[in-house]
Ligand binder design. Structure first.
Ligand SMILES: CC(C)(COP(=O)(O)OP(=O)(O)OC[C@H]1O[C@@H](n2cnc3c(N)ncnc32)[C@H](O)[C@@H]1OP(=O)(O)O)[C@@H](O)C(=O)NCCC(=O)NCCS
Length: 393
């Protein structure tokens, strides 16, 4: 190529099958550590054929306008389409003084594997791709939609192209056999994939119901003097989302000398003494990151605060069984909010004997872009509910 191409000469297009395959070969060096090229292709093939990705993954390539099928694209990325729920403010027809807030179902576009080959870096291609992607997502939406991503390169690169960057706190819990109390373990139920499904479905139904109520409550308060309106968004924690993470662990385990994990989480069956609330039991779902030697919590749902201790003991037990060294949590909900949380991690809720530590992540910084129209939404910042690890791609 004769010098860097100018942005007017470039276009972001859906990849051809050959271009999509090429992106796997290229990204091995970045995201395939410990894998041969064949293994990496096989893993990506497995993941691309999960329910999460099969009909919802679009690979985009940045190419010269006059050579769109080139097998030497200048940059590329993956975009997964998935459901999201949003609480959005609208003007009441004919009465702008009485806005209302309601649940709107839309699409989330999760961006991943943003990559520019080393020989093309620093020429602006990555930035051109991300700006074109933002414009494309904004223009193609059919419903109020959003885009999420997790930056490993700080907040600036995505922050200047339309994504608002969110806090990235996490709790690390060292794995130690000393915290296990056998009597506690008897009170929890270890979950396999099929056992987790009804909990996941009930969780989604609970979350949706709670959002509808929140929208109603917010609408009523809109007339209060000084009330500040905010939108809220939530990426739906459905079965497909979890299974994509579990497929990765099942593939990676045997390759890295571990057994393929079967236990995907734990739940605390409801005790008879508990009041019959409309929400389901407490549970924690996780996946095994064998390369990082960590048990990664995807989502924790607490029906009562004391269940957290039991669930962390179960997680410790599972981590020990697979020689994992720590448990990572991105978010811990406040049971008072009935299962809808912001991206807060609450160290104070974890008993001291776990020796948990809160850290500020420098990788996987959450970013969110929202694409609205015909609502008051554009004027307000969005609150990201349940900004937990399950939403990561
Ligand atoms: C990130 C990446 C796509 C950027 O592509 P690029 O074509 O070099 O990007 P541009 O030339 O448009 O811009 C580069 C900007 O990103 C910044 N950047 C690139 N890599 C960075 C890193 N690891 N940490 C922080 N900033 C980084 C550069 O400092 C530069 O900022 P500036 O414009 O303010 O000087 C490319 O470096 C890459 O593929 N890296 C490896 C994979 C990766 O980390 N992807 C991101 C995953 S979230």
């Amino acid at each position: 190529m004769n010098g860097p191409l100018r942005w007017e000469e470039l276009v972001l297009v859906p990849a051809t099958p050959a271009q999509a395959k090429l992106t796997w070969t290229r990204t091995l060096c970045e995201w395939g550590k410990g894998l041969t090229l064949d293994q990496y292709h096989e893993r990506e093939h497995v993941l691309a054929n999960t329910d999460f990705a099969r009909d919802n993954l679009q690979v985009y390539v940045l190419v010269p306008k006059d050579d769109p099928t080139t097998l030497d694209p200048l940059a590329h990325c993956d975009v997964y389409k998935r459901p999201c729920w949003q609480l959005l403010w609208s003007e009441r027809r004919g009465d702008p003084d009485l806005p209302y807030c309601q649940l709107v179902e839309g699409d989330a576009y999760s961006v991943a594997s943003v990559f520019c080959p080393p020989e093309y870096r620093g020429c602006g291609y990555g930035s051109v791709m991300i700006r074109q992607l933002y414009a494309l997502l904004k223009q193609n939406r059919t419903t109020p939609s959003l885009s999420s991503l997790y930056s490993d390169i700080g907040p600036k690169f995505y922050g200047r192209s339309g994504w608002v960057m969110y806090p990235a706190e996490q709790i690390n819990v060292p794995v130690s056999a000393q915290v296990i109390r056998p009597l506690s373990l008897q009170r929890i139920k270890r979950l396999t994939d099929p056992m987790a499904v009804p909990l996941i479905d009930q969780d989604c139904a609970d979350l949706k119901r709670r959002l509808i109520t929140m929208g109603f409550e917010r609408s009523q308060r809109a007339v209060d003097p000084g009330y500040v309106k905010s939108n809220s968004v939530l990426i739906v924690p459905n079965r497909a989302t979890y299974r994509w993470h579990w497929a990765r662990a099942i593939y990676m385990g045997p390759i890295l000398g571990a057994t393929a994990p079967e236990c995907v989480g734990a739940s605390v069956p409801r005790s008879l003494a508990m009041p019959s609330a409309e929400v389901g039991p407490s549970f924690m779902l996780w996946f095994h990151d064998f390369a990082a030697k960590a048990l990664i919590v995807l989502r924790t749902r607490l029906a009562q605060p004391s269940d957290l201790e039991l669930l962390l003991q179960a997680a410790t037990d599972e981590a020990l069984a697979h020689q994992l060294e720590r448990i990572e949590l991105w978010s811990l909900e406040d049971p008072d909010t009935l299962g809808v949380v912001t991206s807060m991690v609450r160290l104070s809720k974890i008993p001291a004997y776990f020796h948990a530590k809160k850290i500020e992540r420098t990788h996987s910084l959450p970013g969110l872009a929202t694409f609205y129209s015909d609502t008051l939404a554009d004027t307000t910042i969005s609150e990201w509910l349940c900004n937990d690890r399950y939403a990561w791609v």
